[in-house]
Design a protein around this ligand. Structure first.
Ligand code: AP5
Length: 191
C-alpha cells in the first residue's frame, strides 16, 4: 500500500491526478483543501469564518487546524494507498506527516513535484472557473488571489523540496504535459 504526496502550485493538476489515482489505482485522496471547504461550508462559528477568510485570500490555514484534520484520516486509512493532495504545505506539516505515519507503522513512499511554468496557472484556473457553475465556483479562483496563492507556495511550500531531497524520496515531473501523460509519469514512479 503506497503513501504519496503530490506537491505543486495552485492549478498544477494535483486534484486532477489524485482523482485518477482514486479511480484507476484504488487510492484514497486526502485533499486538505477539499476537507477544509467541506468543514467550513455550513459553519457560522468564528473559527469557520476565519478559515474561510484565509482560504479566500489565498493564505495558509493555521497548522493546528489542518494537522488535526489530516492526522485522524491517516489513522483511519493507514492500510490503504493514500495520495496526499495539498498537504504538507510547510516544513512543520511535513514533519508532522512523517511522525503520524510512523505512529501507525507506515512511511511515505514518494513525493511527486509538479514542475510547471507559473504563467500558465492563470489559464488553468480560468478554465476551471468556466467549467464550474455559481455556488460551485471557488472563491479563491480569481487573478488576485491566485497571485497570492503562488507567492505563498513559493515562500512556504517550496522549501520542503529540500527536506524530501535529503530523504531521497522526491521525483520531479513535467506538469505541462497532457493529463494522461502526467498520469503515466506518476504511475511509472509509484509502481
Ligand atoms: P487547495 O484546495 O489545495 O488548492 P491549491 O493547492 O491552490 O490547488 P488547486 O486545487 O487550485 O489546484 P490543483 O493543483 O489541484 O489543480 P487541478 O487538478 O484542480 O487549497 C486551497 C486553500 O486551502 C489554500 O490556499 C489554503 O488556504 C487552504 N489549505 C489547503 N491545504 C492546506 C494546508 N495543508 N495547510 C494550510 N492551508 C491549506 O487543476 C486545475 C485546472 O487545470 C482544472 O480545470 C483542470 O481540469 C486543469 N488541468 C489539470 N491538469 C491539467 C493538464 N495536465 N493540462 C491542462 N489542464 C489541466
Amino acid at each position: 500500500m503506497k503513501k504519496i504526496v503530490l506537491l505543486g502550485p495552485p492549478g498544477c493538476g494535483k486534484g486532477t491526478q489524485s482523482k485518477l489515482l482514486v479511480e484507476k489505482n484504488n487510492f484514497v485522496q486526502l485533499s486538505t483543501g477539499d476537507l477544509l471547504r467541506l468543514e467550513t461550508s455550513n459553519s457560522d462559528s468564528d473559527l469557520g469564518k476565519k478559515v474561510k477568510y484565509l482560504m479566500e485570500s489565498g493564505e495558509l490555514v493555521p497548522d493546528g487546524i489542518v494537522i488535526d484534520i489530516i492526522v485522524n484520516k491517516v489513522e483511519k486509512h493507514k492500510n490503504k494507498s493514500i495520495v496526499f493532495d495539498g498537504f504538507p504545505r510547510n516544513l512543520k506539516q511535513a514533519e508532522v506527516l512523517d511522525s503520524s505515519l510512523e505512529n501507525v507503522s507506515v512511511k511515505l513512499d514518494h513525493v511527486i513535484l509538479f514542475q510547471i511554468d507559473f504563467k500558465i496557472l492563470e489559464e488553468r484556473i480560468n478554465n476551471r472557473i468556466s467549467e464550474t457553475k455559481g455556488s460551485e465556483q471557488r472563491k479563491d479562483d480569481n487573478s488576485e488571489t491566485l497571485l497570492n496563492r503562488i507567492e505563498v507556495f513559493k515562500s512556504s511550500t517550496l522549501p520542503i523540496v529540500k527536506y524530501y531531497e535529503e530523504k531521497g524520496i522526491i521525483s520531479k515531473i513535467d506538469g505541462m504535459q497532457k493529463v494522461n501523460e502526467v498520469y503515466a509519469e506518476i504511475t511509472k514512479i509509484i509502481c
